[in-house]
Design a protein around this ligand. Structure first.
Ligand SMILES: Cc1ncc(COP(=O)(O)O)c(C=O)c1O
Length: 349
């Protein structure tokens, strides 16, 4: 992303890493420095370590979430082309799509979404928010049709004298996500430090992009574990994470390199498959709601929380350990899966 990034010191501190990040063009969209709050009821219930929640569900635009942080870098690159409309192809109930439309609204750009799937009878969750935000929504049967539509809609815009930008062709998604979560980890370490605390482990839903940022921070600053939990079986997550981490280090001018063996990612909490809630994830979602008033989602964060809870129950942590759960958002999905919660049953405690 930087043509020739400045070389950063071999053992950089927070200031040097922040300075390297500051060299990447960026627009201001998200609320950053999101709260880090303790979850004492949950910790007491589980009889485990101290639990803190990094509230990245509160990044401030269209129900918040992790993607707003990377959109600051991706859309800076988009804005350099001076478009008036952003066209993006994503999944039907994509958190990323919702946050992209919200971010584009803030920048005064129109958004055309090409979502894989068909329009459901009941418009709910992220799709409902996409409409509310004013996106023009098209549906595609599969990836091939999605690609064709992206190109033909862009062509149509150009014919009308408009300047479209296809966000899928913007190559920064992986690196921008990792940069964003490297910065977020510094933010978290500073927040904990201000409370006189050092983290034992971070838990976060990721299948590589955000995880790469946390893993770079772990290698640079040390003293804590990174336990990312994937919500999909689609990737070999350790090699994907290491690859993204190395591209990110290169872009930032960091000499550090990571191998797949450096990465800890738990694949056993996916359940049946991506996008389908799991019993353990639903239990975690209920526990967070009922004991802390924090809403997770059943597709990403609930499953990641189920990994953290399983590890706590297995006795992995001591009472005075500090475990941080990074809440990456995704909350509109609770409405898509309304029947899971509507009967009021299923709480373990
Ligand atoms: C709520 C939520 N959490 C976590 C993730 C995973 O993020 P990544 O794999 O990009 O780190 C996503 C991705 O779409 C998400 O929507």
């Amino acid at each position: 992303m930087n043509d020739s990034p400045a070389v950063v010191a071999t053992h950089p501190g927070f200031a040097e890493v922040r300075a390297a990040i500051a060299r990447i063009p960026r627009v201001d969209i998200a609320i950053k420095n999101t709260p880090m709050t303790e979850a004492p009821n949950l910790a007491r219930l589980l009889g485990g370590p101290r639990i803190f929640v990094k509230r990245d569900d509160l990044t401030g635009v269209a129900f918040g979430g992790n993607k707003l942080r990377n959109l600051e870098f991706r859309l800076a690159r988009t804005m350099a082309e001076k478009p008036d409309v952003v066209i993006v192809g994503l999944d039907l109930q994509s958190n990323s799509a919702r946050q992209t439309v919200g971010a584009c609204n803030k920048l005064g750009l129109e958004t055309i979404l090409v979502l894989e799937g068909s329009r459901p009878n009941q418009v709910q969750g992220n799709l409902l928010v996409d409409y509310l935000l004013g996106a023009e929504v098209h549906f595609a049967r599969d990836r091939q049709e999605q690609r064709r539509l992206l190109d033909s809609l862009a062509e149509e815009c150009r014919r009308k004298g408009r300047k479209p930008h296809i966000l899928n062709d913007n190559p920064m998604f992986d690196v921008a996500s990792a940069v964003a979560y490297l910065e977020t980890t510094i933010e978290m370490l500073e927040q904990l430090d201000a409370m006189g605390l050092k983290p034992t482990a971070f838990y976060m839903s990721s299948s590589g992009k955000g995880a790469a940022g946390l893993e770079i921070a772990r290698k640079l600053f040390g003293g804590f574990a990174v336990h990312c939990v994937t919500a999909t079986s689609e990737f070999d997550v350790p090699s994907r994470t290491a690859k993204i981490a190395n591209e990110t280090c290169e872009a930032l001018g960091l000499s550090l390199r990571l191998a797949p063996s450096d990465i800890t990612n738990f694949g056993e909490f996916v359940g049946e498959r991506y996008g389908v809630p799991s019993d353990a994830g639903n239990e975690a979602t209920r526990l967070f709601a009922r004991h802390e008033g924090i809403i997770l989602d059943p597709v990403y964060t609930g499953k990641a929380a189920s990994g953290m809870i399983a590890h706590i129950r297995a006795g992995r942590f001591k009472r005075d350990d500090v475990v941080v759960f990074v809440h990456t958002g995704g909350t509109p999905a609770i409405f898509t899966w309304n029947q899971l919660w509507a009967d009021g049953k299923g709480a373990t405690s």
